[in-house]
Ligand binder design. Structure first.
Ligand SMILES: *Cc1c(COP(=O)(O)O)cnc(C)c1O
Length: 371
């Protein structure tokens, strides 16, 4: 699905030199590289605070720990996403409220959010799924009306833009009260191990979170709140700092590949390909995900696998049907879109190193299945 080796070979000199600097200075934890990367990412995103941490799941949990949430508070999130999103809500003894998504952009449905709000609702967690920014303008409007926190799960969409009706753009992850991201190797900005970060424009919240990631310490050996131990190590920061200047180029490479894929599938009776907006960069294609509408998705997957083409189902089971998250409040008829998507979606290889020959082989192989 991804080609991390070809990507590394092209940037080996820069990445190796950056890692070597850490080895030479032996500042493995909280070294200057971590600080440097943090500053550079703040500048790239145009956000006041980036707080690095150990992984994207921690980032989400710590972001929520920083907010004024109490056990039993309801947190609305998408039914169609990776389990980490709902997992941390449950771990913090908050009440997850899963809602349906939109068929076209596969992100949390604005109508479903509105319907799910109760007096106990305290937060909304939109996930910018597959690299496409959720409708943050509508989500912030609802949040402001009902006095709710917005925590953006930006693990899949670093670098994507959110466009507002007044023509302005902001980077995904800089609009809500706080956001999380993941630097897992296959993410759009990936390190060579685990990594994550929290973003916020709120000075007070940033201060609180900087303590939470470090055992709740604000003054050495004074523990003011219950915290965790979650750090980005310096070697991972060195990799990320070497790759960050290439992120826009990487996003473009993904968009170029997506454009070629979608052109090949244009107008097909059984394939719904993602739309690509040419001006706003609202989709950075963490995944390139098709919907197969003739009920033969699984057969197509087998056909592609037989030809040696990697493909995957993100995600095969709705979260509301997962054993860990079943809740008697959920009714199947509340999730028509997720229930449809889990049967129709298939993701094709998507990374920064796809060449025309590979794309053509993949699109031809998909198309011949339907002949
Ligand atoms: C990858 C991912 C996470 C978790 O990130 P890790 O670094 O693997 O912990 C959370 N949410 C979403 C939507 C993700 O894709």
């Amino acid at each position: 699905m991804v080609d991390l080796k070809s990507q590394y070979e092209k940037i080996k000199a820069t990445v190796d030199a950056s890692i070597q600097e850490v080895l030479d200075t032996t500042t493995y934890i909280n070294g200057p590289k971590v600080h440097e990367f943090q500053k550079n990412l703040e500048q790239y995103l145009d956000v006041k605070h980036v707080i690095p941490c150990a992984n994207g799941t921690d980032a989400l949990q710590i972001a929520m720990m920083g907010l004024d949430l109490k056990p039993g508070d309801e947190v609305i999130t998408a039914d169609f996403t990776f389990a980490a999103t709902v997992e941390v809500i449950a771990l913090l003894q908050l009440t997850p409220v899963l809602v349906d998504v939109d068929l076209v952009n596969m992100n949390i449905s604005i109508d479903a959010i509105k319907k799910a709000i109760t007096p106990k609702t305290k937060a909304i967690v939109p996930v910018h799924l597959f690299g496409r920014a959720a409708n943050m303008e509508a989500i912030m409007r609802i949040a402001n009306e009902h006095n709710l926190y917005v925590i953006e799960d930006n693990a899949q969409a670093i670098g994507a833009n959110c466009k507002f009706s007044d023509g302005t753009k902001k980077k995904a992850g800089t609009i809500g009260h706080v956001a999380s991201t993941s630097f897992f190797p296959s993410k759009n900005l990936g390190c060579y191990g685990d990594g994550g970060a929290i973003f916020t424009n709120d000075d007070e919240l940033a201060h609180k979170i900087r303590g939470i990631v470090n055992h709740g310490m604000y003054v050495r050996y004074h523990h003011d709140v219950v915290g965790v131990n979650s750090r980005l190590d310096s070697i991972q920061a060195a990799v990320l700092d070497a790759k960050l200047p290439l992120l826009d180029q990487y996003s473009q490479a993904r968009q170029d590949a997506a454009r070629k894929y979608s052109k090949a599938f244009e107008g097909h009776a059984n394939i719904v390909a993602p739309t690509i907006c040419d001006i706003c960069d609202c989709h950075v294609f963490h995944q390139y995900t098709l919907r197969i509408t003739n009920g033969k998705r699984d057969q197509l997957m087998e056909h592609l696998q037989n030809k040696g083409i990697p493909c995957a189902i993100y995600y095969p089971i709705p979260l509301h049907s997962q054993k860990a998250y079943v809740d008697s409040r959920y009714k199947e008829e509340d999730f028509p879109v997720t229930n449809q998507l889990v049967k129709e979606v298939i993701s094709l290889p998507m990374h920064t190193e796809l060449d025309n020959e590979q794309i053509e082989f993949i699109t031809n192989s998909v198309l011949e299945f339907f002949e």
